[in-house]
Design a protein around this ligand. Structure first.
Ligand code: ATP
Ligand code: MG
Length: 326
């Protein structure tokens, strides 16, 4: 089976944005691919947070991902820090990336938050991300809209690297950004992406009452007409996108069926739909949470073998030492 790869940072709880974007998309593809999901704890450390227990977050995320419906036998979720080969490959790729190109990345500029320059790990984030992808010879990579620029850079790195060594050492995968749900917006600020590290996100672990409150309070325009117009009406369009994904209906159809409702009625209906999904996920969560530590260990061991092989092959081609240490 071809390999599908994606990554998520354990910097908070999974959000409705992750569910509607990457998770939903991967679930629909899981029969045709071997799925690898990396919990990117090394990436998470680019903006260190002493109050976060990254290990605990990894367990929570992995259990939640399985609880969403990813199947254990076909989906290997693992922690990035358990496979140190990611760092080796990142280093091998580094000479093929300029500092200038990294400093132009939107995420770098956004996350450095006004400091004159950001820290080195934040700058080199896309290089480690490229390494994550190439380490497993991925065939398909799925990410949200905000990662598009990093994927383009990943492509450039591989082409330079392969050209230099005169052979296709790095496999350039197909990149896929879901056509719907690739950028679920913040409910309180619908011109900004919903993010787990921002305070207003809707978490997959939120209780029904909280979900209802957050959805009812979502910022919308004052026209009170349910229309999908992302530029003019970002708030209501975002809610329509979420509704259409969770109900598994086209946006046009949803729009048609809901025309008679006012915003408040629509929001109540949406909150109910979200809660129907979350209730099932939250019910499954407990089952997975007690199994997940063992499962992550098993998955890391399996992937580490793959990663070691890839690095051994590259070292041979790059004519650097691959002598074992003992
Ligand atoms: P952080 O605020 O820590 O960056 P995040 O919510 O952006 O957290 P990431 O771990 O950075 O989450 O992203 C994991 C994956 O989910 C990426 O592929 C990203 O593009 C995708 N993603 C993140 N937020 C959304 C969203 N609101 N809608 C759709 N996809 C998203
Ligand atoms: Mg992010």
């Amino acid at each position: 089976k071809p390999r599908l790869f994606t990554g998520i940072q354990p910097t908070g709880s999974l959000t409705l944005g992750h569910y509607c974007g990457v998770i939903h998309h991967i679930i629909s593809l899981q029969n045709d691919y071997e799925v690898i999901i990396m919990l990117a704890d090394l990436h998470a450390l680019t903006l260190p947070n002493p109050h976060l227990n990254y290990q605990e977050k990894c367990y929570e995320m992995a259990a939640l991902l399985y609880a969403c419906g990813l199947r254990e036998e076909n989906c290997k979720i693992f922690c990035q820090s358990q496979v140190p080969e990611h760092l080796i490959l990142s280093h091998l790729l580094s000479p093929f990336v300029t500092v200038g190109s990294l400093s132009h990345m939107i995420q770098y500029k956004e996350k450095k938050r006004g400091e004159e320059t950001g820290n080195l790990a934040l700058l080199s984030y896309p290089v480690l991300m490229a390494a994550d992808i190439f380490l497993y010879d991925a065939d398909l990579v799925i990410v949200g809209q905000d990662q598009r620029q990093h994927l383009e850079l990943t492509n450039t790195i591989a082409r330079k690297f392969n050209n230099f060594f005169g052979q296709n050492l790095l496999k350039i995968p197909q990149f896929s950004i879901p056509d719907r749900g690739a950028k679920i917006m913040d409910l309180q600020n619908p011109t900004r992406k919903m993010s787990k590290s921002e305070p207003d996100h809707l978490s997959l672990l939120d209780a029904p009452e909280i979900v209802k409150k957050k959805v009812v309070r979502a910022i919308t325009d004052s026209e009170n007409k349910i229309r999908y117009q992302p530029k003019k009406k970002p708030g209501i369009s975002n809610l329509l996108t979420i509704y259409s994904l969770l109900a598994d209906r086209e946006i046009k159809e949803v729009e048609r069926n809901l025309t008679d409702l006012n915003y408040h009625q629509f929001k109540l209906k949406l909150a109910e739909l979200i809660n129907d999904k979350l209730t099932i996920i939250q019910k499954n969560y407990g089952f997975w949470r007690v199994r997940v530590e063992e499962l992550l260990r098993k998955n890391s061991n399996h992937l580490r073998l793959q990663a070691e092989k890839k690095i051994a092959l590259l070292k041979e081609e790059l004519a650097i030492s691959s002598l074992p240490l003992t």
